[in-house]
Design a protein around this ligand. Structure first.
Ligand SMILES: C[S@@+](CC[C@H](N)C(=O)[O-])C[C@H]1O[C@@H](n2cnc3c(N)ncnc32)[C@H](O)[C@@H]1O
Length: 191
């Protein structure tokens, strides 16, 4: 997996889309089940929120949070194949688009950003600018949730997230790291 991450980071957008489409075609990421931890965090931070998920894949998480009373959900992924599947959700609160996170520009205010198993596919420079841009664009009281497989497998990226703002939650459960961060100048509401 480490070599695959390194390869994806070096590819241009067309090659990345091709690579991820192949992964989805082969069923590698049609991951229906979600961890109780992410659902728990979404119930805690996603209530009445305008949600943006970057690297949303086939919309697996979106399907699992339909019961959370959120206002809207926007999903973005580089794999148009995965996005075609995600669009089948057919809930009017949900919209999906295919594109690269590196080109993402927040156009509407949002309260919650989610990136599950995705940030580490970006280069260090792109991770830094994404974190700065996303935390800056959050509405007051907003926050961002990141998940990473392993404890220290993606240490550099995890450290980058921890240093990007105020850490509201930092958990390691069932082999995965879950981090919730808010802008550094936001009010303290550590749980
Ligand atoms: C490991 S999968 C995780 C998918 C989903 N978040 C999950 O947890 O099941 C990584 C996802 O990030 C997407 N992705 C990777 N690099 C991307 C990029 N540069 N722009 C947009 N999406 C990207 C892939 O297409 C894939 O859906």
């Amino acid at each position: 997996m480490g070599r695959l991450v390194g390869l994806f980071r070096r590819l241009g957008p067309h090659a990345k889309r091709y690579g991820w489409n192949r992964e989805f075609q082969q069923g590698a990421w049609f991951s229906g089940k979600r961890s109780p931890e992410i659902i728990d965090l979404l119930e805690q931070y996603g209530e009445n929120a305008r949600i943006v998920e970057l690297g949303c894949g086939d919309g697996s998480l979106a399907r699992h949070i339909q019961h959370v009373a959120h206002i809207s959900y926007i999903g973005l992924d580089i794999s148009d194949l995965a996005i075609d599947t995600a669009r089948k959700i057919g809930d009017s609160r949900y919209s999906f688009s295919a594109g690269a996170i590196e080109d993402w520009q927040p156009v509407e205010p949002f309260d919650l950003l989610i990136m599950e198993e995705c940030l580490y596919y970006l280069s260090a420079k792109d991770q830094d600018s994404l974190l700065e841009q996303a935390l800056d664009a959050l509405a007051p009281q907003g926050c961002a949730i990141f998940t990473f497989s392993g404890h220290d497998k993606h240490q550099a990226t995890i450290d980058r997230v921890r240093q990007s703002g105020r850490v509201l939650a930092d958990r390691f459960r069932a082999g995965r790291t879950f981090l919730v961060v808010a802008p550094a100048d936001s009010p303290d509401r550590t749980s």
